[in-house]
Design a protein around this ligand. Sequence first.
Ligand code: ZN
Length: 146
Amino acid sequence: MHLCREAKAENIYMGRIERGQDLLESLTAICRENSISLGRVEAIGAVEKARLAYYEQGKQEYREIDLKEPMEILSLKGNISLKENAPMVHVHVTLGDKQGRVRGGHLLPRTMVFACEYILEKFSGPKFTRQWDEKTGLPLWPTDQS
Ligand code: ZN
């Protein structure tokens, strides 16, 4: 089974997050302030330090990856949907170090911005509400939502 719903692109928001801010919390606050509960996000910039996660499929738990060094945000991509009636920003990032080596993962709070330019796109359409998925142990969009 799979889920496929039609959504329509509405507004685009562009902006910058200041140095010293929490990257994920800032993106979540921007969504809340602009009533974005369905959409997508992308960004580039740099972070002072990062906290990422890798999901261990066998154990069904996240393993944290702490990167305590300044890195470039080479690519940040994510989606916005609802979890427990509030907008949840689900973001994956690819970060580059000073040798150009790449690290990446699921973005966690306490990733601190050095500079960040984001583009957020708001969609109108059906609600996407995350629900517990037994097969993966993750809060995912249900495939049988009517
Ligand atoms: Zn993820």
